[in-house]
Design a protein around this ligand. Structure first.
Ligand SMILES: [Zn+2]
Length: 268
């Protein structure tokens, strides 16, 4: 983004230069190169670095590491005047808006904007941004066939824990369920498996597991497993009764947002 900015500013300068193009062309090619180089240096000096560092006196390797962090999780000010341009590529960034700090996350199946911290005391001069949770597949109910299929499997395996991945193909707009390869021996409380490999247009949008005869809830182990992930997580429980329970949540980089899914829909 930074590069783009510089390039576009540079293009502007070149446009200005073109205004007096005849004059420029009268000078030698060498002079023109000097002009380009000087303009680039000036731009570099004028450029506000979004890192609070002394760019000149910081060792290059430290600066590079911080620039890499910034590139992986950038911070962007929400515009007050121009239209807000959502994150286009997969990843996440932090947004500073007039109302405080937000996180914006993009996956092939998800566009998510969530407020992390509200702030009103010191006026933040940037624009507003609205929270958003847009899933490419619409509602979780579009995967009902796969959620029902796992119900059958989880019941058959109980009290041993079962697991499944439900993959969303964002090109074909279709769901597919896949059962991961179990590593070692699954027990009632623990299952270890090799993560399912999604196809090129697929994402593991829903991760499912079961709690056998226990009720459906997210345990500390589940929290640890889901930390940092971006997916919907679902757990089925009370599988030895005629009233099984389910719990669903959207996991986004450590945030857990409960999703309401009636168990009767899946087990009915
Ligand atoms: Zn669990």
């Amino acid at each position: 983004m930074l590069k783009q900015e510089i390039t576009s500013k540079f293009a502007e300068l070149l446009d200005i230069a073109r205004g007096s193009f005849d004059h420029v062309m009268q000078t030698t090619r060498d002079n023109f190169d000097v002009f380009v180089e000087t303009a680039a240096t000036l731009l570099r000096e004028e450029r506000p670095l979004p890192l609070a560092v002394d760019e000149v006196n910081t060792p290059a390797e430290l600066l590079q590491m911080d620039m890499a962090l910034l590139a992986a999780a950038p911070i962007a000010a929400v515009p007050r005047h121009a239209p807000f341009h959502p994150l286009q590529e997969n990843g996440h960034r932090f947004l500073l808006a007039e109302g405080g700090l937000f996180v914006e996350v993009r996956r092939p199946w998800l566009h998510f904007i969530h407020q992390l911290a509200e702030h009103k005391v010191v006026a933040i001069p940037y624009g507003p941004v609205a929270p958003k949770c847009e899933m490419d597949f619409g509602k979780l109910g579009t995967a009902l066939a796969q959620l029902k299929e796992f119900a059958v499997k989880a019941r058959a395996d109980a009290p041993i824990e079962a697991a499944a991945s439900v993959l969303w193909d964002h090109r074909q707009k279709t769901w597919r369920i896949e059962y991961p390869e179990i590593i070692g021996e699954a027990s009632a409380s623990r299952i270890q498996y090799r993560q399912v490999e999604p196809g090129p247009d697929e994402s593991v949008a829903i991760d499912l597991h079961s709690h056998g005869h226990l009720n459906a809830f997210f345990s500390e182990t589940d929290d640890a497993d889901d930390r940092g992930a971006v997916k919907v997580s679902g757990v089925y429980g009370n599988l030895d009764t005629d009233k099984p329970t389910v719990a669903f949540r959207l996991c986004v980089l450590g945030l857990y947002i409960p999703l309401v899914v009636p168990a009767e829909k899946i087990f009915g």
